[in-house]
Design a protein around this ligand. Structure first.
Ligand code: NAP
Length: 274
């Protein structure tokens, strides 16, 4: 894995647990790589014949020019988080986006035709919005800074020929949108450690029949997820997305089905350790 910083990543423990359990001769290591060394790091990957890399913040865009091929969805999103080296041919993928979707589907929720409200329009939101549009969800993106949601919608229109609706993050607008929604996704930092008491969606808007997906994974159970559970809504946590993006990368590198439960247990162990 390359990124900056990488010291607190739980991916090494999660991936190595799955390699060990399957008896596979792989090891996953984090490397802190400065911005100006991204090209050299990818050249190093080729020279050392590494099978794969994960790429994390802030290099997900910067690696693209150094690759031989980029998968269609990763190209549309404009971000690569997984690289596979097939005998010197490097291909970039985006398993963040695919992992988000897989965690949703594994919970028994098919986004096709569903009304989905995505709160947030930052880095993580883009892959999520594109995955949902690509799977025919009816989307609204709500963001504190409206222009950022508009920019994301513009990009979606360029890529898919259709754009999500956008709205500012005001209480009355959110109430009206959540009332009509089947799925609400939080992609903001709200509720993330250390502001664990905060939630982007007031608890009285939550109800049975709604699916609430919070991509924040620290804490494991956010205020939003606790409120949603108490209101009888279905919940999906950020750990599931994190584990599935890792599992999909694992499968691309090794050709083996990932041990998702082993990875999830290890991820939770690491997060609890802090
Ligand atoms: P980002 O690019 O910095 O975007 C942050 C988003 O949060 C923006 O939409 C921002 O709105 C909004 N926001 C921040 N503070 C807010 C506040 N006080 N009130 C309302 N909105 C607020 O961050 P990111 O990379 O997208 O990451 C967002 C979260 O997702 C983080 O908690 C990260 O850990 C998590 N994440 C999880 C996974 C996973 O696998 N589970 C993967 C990626 C990210 P403005 O545009 O108005 O600033």
């Amino acid at each position: 894995m390359i990124g900056d910083p990488v010291e607190h990543s739980i991916s090494p423990a999660m991936q190595n647990a799955s390699f060990r359990k399957l008896g596979l001769d792989y090891i996953y290591l984090p490397f802190r790589v400065a911005k100006e060394n991204v090209g050299a790091a990818i050249a190093g990957m080729r020279a050392l014949n590494m099978r794969g890399l994960n790429v994390t913040i802030p290099h997900k865009l910067a690696v693209i020019p150094y690759l031989d091929r980029v998968d269609d969805l990763a190209e549309k999103i404009g971000a690569v988080n997984t690289i596979v080296n097939d005998n010197g041919v490097l291909t970039g993928y985006n398993t963040d986006s695919a992992g988000f979707l897989r965690a949703l589907i594994e919970t028994g929720v098919d986004p096709k035709g569903k009304n989905v409200v995505v709160v947030g329009a930052g880095g993580a939101a883009r892959g999520i919005v594109f995955a949902l549009i690509g799977n025919s969800a009816k989307l609204t993106v709500v963001n504190r800074t409206l222009t950022r949601a508009e920019e994301l919608a513009r990009r979606a229109r360029e890529v898919f020929g259709r754009a999500p609706r956008v709205s500012a993050l005001s209480r009355p607008d959110l109430a009206a949108l959540v009332k009509e929604a089947d799925i609400v996704v939080n992609t903001t930092n709200v509720g993330m450690h250390p502001a664990e008491g905060e939630s982007p969606v007031p608890c009285e808007l939550l109800r049975p029949g709604l699916t609430v997906y919070d991509i924040v994974y620290n804490p494991i159970k956010t205020r939003l997820l606790r409120d949603a559970e108490a209101a009888g809504a279905k919940t999906i946590g950020g750990v599931d997305m994190l584990v599935w993006q890792g599992a999909l990368a694992f499968e691309k590198w090794t050709g083996h089905e990932a041990l998702v439960e082993v990875m999830k247990e290890e991820a939770i162990r690491q997060l609890r350790r802090g």
